[in-house]
Design a protein around this ligand. Sequence first.
Ligand code: 5CA
Ligand code: ZN
Length: 434
Amino acid sequence: MITGTPAARGRACRSIIVTLGGMDAWPTPAVPRLPGTPRPLALFDSARGTVAPTVPVGPARLYVCGITPYDATHLGHAATMITFDLINRLWRDAGHPVRYVQNVTDIDDPLLERAARDREDWVVLAMRETALFREDMAALRIIAPEHYVGAVESIPDIADKVTRLLDEGAAYRLGDGTGDVYFDVHAAPRFGYESRLSRVQMRELFAERGGDPDRPGKRDPLDPLLWRGARDGEPSWAGGDLGPGRPGWHVECATIALNLLGDRIDVQGGGNDLLFPHHEMSAAHAEVLTGRWPFAEHYVHAGMIGLDGEKMSKSKGNLVFVSRLRADRVDLMAVRLALLADHYRADREWTDDLLKAGEERLARWRAATAATAGPSGAQALAAVRERLADDLDTEGALRAVDAWADAALAGEGTDTGAPALVAGTVDALLGVAL
Ligand code: 5CA
Ligand code: ZN
């Protein structure tokens, strides 16, 4: 419930629209409409290995792999979510309605392991960290997905898909009494097209990222788990013909995307740690289920944010939490600018200097957009659009705003509409409220 004076209530109602799905997403920021001519967005596609135009037919369909909620949101998650937020914003600017779905892996091994380590109920852990993630996303001004969906609430749908894969001969039971069901990677004729890795590289990454290449009884070492039969001491759900158990990871994302977005999506996204096996496998599942290739027109992968030379990850514990920065009263708009200062595909380091530069840039832009006039706002908007449309060249877009701000602060230009238009541009396209 929104309380306060009538005027304050009015402001709050104008500035947020609460999106409710199966699992609630978060309050979504208002996005100003911009004048002029938008640009069609081109993005790097991991499968083609090149930048190619996105060509949404009807609404643009975006699926982004969300968190496994066993720890708080860190700046790596934030950077990836900001990347896909920009794609969402550019499509909207170009006039495409966007259908955006994101999952929460609210049942999986890492969650159960952390809960066991901390002697905590895994459900409580997942709910707490998911709630914190939502707050962090709202504070970062990420446009909320239309559907924010948990693995647990999707289990009946996932079990249906696994049963269909079994019926079609694309999956098999291990037959060792565990009830475990595996996907046969040879059922997907183009398996490997997305990551374009050698078998040796695939096997190495599969072992590193949750796979089990050495498990006896599998048809191919790379076959991924679809359904894990119930084990003592682990949560399990009725799986119909599959028997009790819980879902594998890749089929979770394939199922949620297919059910909510249909057979064809424009972008499947996540960090580049998901290219193989996660995205390759979920695309292979979806393609066998639909008979349609490719599952996604673009496979888009954000670089890894590291700290002190290592990928920021919950398992390594070298984390900078968004909630910590909030508690320290760091302006998250400066964090957004810091994460946008380099290209989204680059693996990069988080440093204090990066944050400081983001804070300085934010202060300069705020001062410049508070001026009474500046150089042409329409030109600044066109330059930002042009740079972002080219595979989200945020470095170039930030430079264009810097140039406008420096000139405005130097007293150049007579466009009295420019400060508001530049502020609107930065808000709508970069998600930064000045
Ligand atoms: N639940 C799965 C995806 S279905 C998962 O990977 N969860 S996660 O919590 O590990 O990561 C959530 C999202 O943040 C994923 O898109 C992941 O690729 C991305 N991510 C994780 N660590 C980093 C990092 N250090 N830098 C950038 N992105 C990251
Ligand atoms: Zn996923």
